[in-house]
Design a protein. Structure first.
Length: 297
């Protein structure tokens, strides 16, 4: 195996492991016996501590310098991540893991539309088709009888919008380090939810599950992604991280017998197909891939 092939293989493995770590969010959250505010607060506290340690390693001890380097764009990214993370955990308290993850999966498609509206990035036929498919998949899920939850679906969709905004901001200011910004997002969550949380209710078991969520699911997942994403193309990163959407419902199905309905699975499969269509390797320069939407006026 050549050195380049070895780099790609390591990158693929790291990103896949990151997706596996992220996919445990649902099954870990289902073990908690706490109210939503305490769940968000506790998870963010552990995640913030883990990410702060990671920032110290990446910045070689120059933590303040790392946080100063993110600037206004980094603060905007932190706010988006905080909103997405808070809404994600809250949504899990009102809807099935599969439903929440499938709705969150539309974030890359929403990001393409947002980038067209704000940055003037053209939308190709392939991306336009992916948007139609993804929204169709969500529509199928929303029509599932007995499964719809206005609160859960709404929170999941807000999380997807926040993630899409984060993607666009980082694309616009690609020099901004995501590591300190992500750490800052957890500090924002701690400050925002502490007044409503009841830390005194956190028992030994809940403490362990919160630590697993914050340190393992977020901290380890993010560390693996930052290493792996530097070794492979962005399109591959997008495809491999879809493992989170596939594995998340599987874990709760196997461990807790939480079975999503048929329409949720069908709609989720359509959404995943749309994201695969959008994030597959870009065509060659001479391929027929003219934009169908150009910069808005």
């Amino acid at each position: 195996m050549s050195e380049e092939a070895g780099r790609r293989r390591r990158g693929q493995i790291y990103v896949a492991l990151a997706a596996v770590a992220w996919s445990t969010a649902g099954v870990l959250q289902r073990q908690l016996t706490l109210d939503t505010s305490t769940q968000v607060f506790g998870r963010a506290a552990f995640a913030g501590a883990a990410l702060l340690g990671y920032v110290a390693v990446v910045e070689r001890g120059q933590v303040l310098r790392g946080f100063r380097s993110v600037g206004g764009a980094g603060v905007a990214v932190a706010l988006c991540v905080a909103i997405a993370s808070g809404c994600f955990i809250s949504a899990l308290n009102h809807a099935s893991v599969a439903r929440v993850l499938f709705i969150l999966a539309v974030a890359p498609v929403l990001a393409a539309l947002l980038a067209w509206a704000t940055l003037g990035e053209p939308i190709s036929r392939r991306t336009a088709l992916a948007m139609v498919l993804a929204l169709s998949g969500v529509a199928v899920m929303l029509g599932a009888p007995g499964e719809a939850s206005l609160t859960g679906d709404g929170l999941a969709f807000v999380a997807a919008l926040a993630f899409s905004a984060m993607i666009v901001i980082t694309r616009w200011r690609h020099e901004v380090s995501m590591t300190p910004a992500t750490c800052l997002s957890q500090a924002i969550l701690v400050a925002a939810f502490l007044p409503f949380a009841t830390p005194g209710d956190i028992s030994g078991d809940d403490l362990a599950w919160l630590a697993a969520l914050g340190i393992g699911q977020i901290g380890l997942g993010f560390a693996l992604l930052t290493v792996g994403a530097r070794l492979i193309p962005a399109a591959q990163v997008g495809l491999i991280t879809l493992l989170e959407v596939v594995l998340g419902p599987v874990w709760v199905w196997l461990a807790l017998d939480e079975r999503p309905g048929t329409l949720t699975l069908v709609g989720g499969a359509i959404v995943i197909g749309a994201i695969v269509l959008q994030t597959r390797e870009a065509p060659s320069p001479d391929a027929d891939e003219e934009p169908v939407l150009t910069a808005p006026h």
